[in-house]
Design a protein around this ligand. Structure first.
Ligand code: G3P
Ligand code: MG
Length: 239
């Protein structure tokens, strides 16, 4: 897996409303080569891009994502809560986000973010939609079940296992997910875990790194990529 070194977290990081097309456009304008975003199923089974299982924090909607059809979801304002300058920015479907990534030439890490109890169906549906994208992408998830379902649906899409702290049984979980890489929290990463993952030859990417010096330290230790809310801290040539 050829990772971009700097990956804009939730599309554009902190500089744009998270998980929006505006974020992707900003990331591309800053010179980012890669973006990460979160995909969940709406009530009608259509995958949409949002982080939380509930709508309130990032959109003008109320209630659960899984309780709203995608046709209503896309009418929500996903920009105004970030800043009034982004008011009217629509909440996007996964297909819209994948299409714009392909148009902008952005490598995409699609994080499968199932609502509780929807691990298998979300893995399956997100993989099916991702497989139709002409762009370069990687699937990831905290859910081994979701990754397994994605693998059954579309074997050829690369997958990464997401963890907070690297668990003692990380290698078994990685194998069970049929994943090629590990994405771990930088804050929870011990030197021992980092060395063990590197020694096994497994690519490691770390979230969420919002300082250049911290990213530099991780790169020096062999980390392949960092997810950041602050892609503006790097020049385009460094990304
Ligand atoms: O994929 C890396 C990171 O996005 C995982 O955490 O909660 O921001 O989706 P979260
Ligand atoms: Mg995420």
């Amino acid at each position: 897996m050829d990772y971009p070194r700097i990956i804009a977290h939730r599309c554009g990081g902190a500089l744009a409303p998270e998980n929006t097309l505006a974020g992707l456009r900003l990331a591309a304008r800053l010179g980012c080569r890669g973006v990460e975003f979160d995909a969940m199923l709406a009530a009608d089974g259509v995958p949409v891009v949002i982080h939380d299982e509930t709508l309130e924090r990032t959109t003008s909607g109320r209630g659960r994502v899984v309780g709203m059809d995608s046709t209503r979801f896309v009418q929500l304002d996903a920009g105004g809560r970030h800043h009034p300058a982004f008011a009217g920015e629509p909440a996007p479907t996964l297909d819209e986000v994948l299409r714009l990534c392909a148009t902008l030439g952005l490598w995409a890490n699609v994080e499968i973010k199932p609502s509780v109890g929807q691990e298998v169906v979300t893995g399956r549906v997100v993989a099916r939609h991702a497989a139709r994208s002409p762009g370069k992408l990687l699937l990831s998830s905290f859910s081994v079940e979701a990754l397994q379902a994605a693998a059954v649906e579309v074997a050829q899409l690369p997958r990464a296992l997401l963890v907070e702290a690297v668990p003692a049984d990380w290698q078994q979980r990685l194998n069970a997910s049929d994943a090629i890489a590990l994405h771990a929290s930088a804050r929870a990463l011990s030197d021992e875990a980092l060395q063990a993952v590197r020694a096994a030859g497994i690519p490691l990417a770390c979230y969420t790194v919002n300082r250049r010096d911290e990213a530099g330290r991780l790169f020096a230790l062999g980390v392949s990529a960092v997810f950041t809310d602050r892609p503006d801290l790097w020049a385009a040539a460094e990304m």
